[in-house]
Design a protein around this ligand. Structure first.
Ligand SMILES: [Zn+2]
Length: 288
């Protein structure tokens, strides 16, 4: 969870005095990616065999500020690639202390933090969140619910006397909780159509609809999904408005060079065993 570190601004006023300004997640990623590229650093460490094909497309999509879908077969490193994107976020970023959706102290969007900001002004308490906490991943399944992704009414809060129409009775799902971060959705076509509609509403229309109540909640996030190409292009598997939301469709592939396959196996096996170099090459040739 977020910690208030000594030396870091602990209130909105202190944050402002450091010259810190609000940036969207996509501009943060774009600026950090540009800085890596200028410095000649590896923007996607550990990704092997995609240097000439996938990564340039990915860079273009991120620089253009697109949400994106990675299309590829099982075992092509889609999920791993998705996870490396978290490395492009700022290492630490300020949030309103105690906010369930990691609101930016400069521009809070939830009811609680807007009220606090109005009451406290420059004394609004600020906490700091590491980039590893700003990446959320979900494997889509046919029984993934609106409650999982968008949210539900919290029965505890209702029992405490709050009414159902009160926005503070909402228990936020994974998408609002990934506000100001990256939301990675694996196997998008496995999501039921009505859940895709709910996902689209929260991202595009910026409202959350829970049990008949509608709640305005502008979210700021990068959406990345993965899919098998056939499932993705199959008619009716993905609703058109959601498809249109993705500005980039990027195809992955199996490694094309034996040396890449060797590097990939070495990387994967380093975690579990030491495999001699010559055996790795034998394995790589076998898997082709
Ligand atoms: Zn908040």
């Amino acid at each position: 969870m977020s910690l208030t570190e000594p030396g870091r601004p602990a209130t909105l006023g202190e944050l402002r005095s450091t010259g810190h300004v609000h940036r969207s997640v996509k501009s943060e990623i774009r600026e950090n990616l540009l800085a890596r590229l200028r410095a000649g650093e590896d923007a996607f460490p550990g990704m092997v065999g995609f240097e000439d094909s996938v990564l340039p497309e990915l860079e273009t999509a991120l620089l253009a500020g697109h949400d994106l879908v990675l299309l590829g077969e099982r075992g092509q490193g889609k999920t791993r690639l998705m996870r490396t994107l978290a490395g492009l976020l700022d290492e630490w970023s300020p949030v309103v202390e105690g906010c369930e959706i990691g609101d930016d102290p400069h521009a809070p969007s939830c009811v609680r933090c807007r009220r606090l900001a109005a009451e406290l002004g420059d004394d609004l308490p600020v906490a700091w969140r590491h980039r590893s906490e700003r990446y959320t991943e979900k494997l889509a399944t046919p029984d993934t619910s609106v409650g999982d992704l968008v949210g539900d009414v919290d029965p505890v809060k209702v029992a405490q006397g709050r009414t159902l129409g009160d926005p503070e009775t909402v228990h936020y799902g994974l998408v609002p909780r990934s506000n100001r971060g990256i939301f990675g959705l694996n196997e998008l076509p496995d999501l039921a159509e009505r859940i895709q509609v709910a996902l689209f509403n929260v991202l595009e229309e910026r409202d959350i609809q829970i049990r008949g109540y509608s709640l305005r909640l502008p979210l700021d996030l990068l959406l990345v999904a993965t899919a098998n190409p056939e499932d993705y292009t199959n008619r009716g598997r993905i609703i058109t408005p959601l498809k249109d939301r993705f500005g980039a469709e990027i195809r992955t592939h199996y490694p094309t060079e034996v040396s890449d396959e060797v590097a990939l196996i070495a990387q994967e096996s380093a975690l579990v065993a030491d495999v001699p170099e010559h055996l790795l090459e034998v394995m790589a040739r076998f898997t082709r």
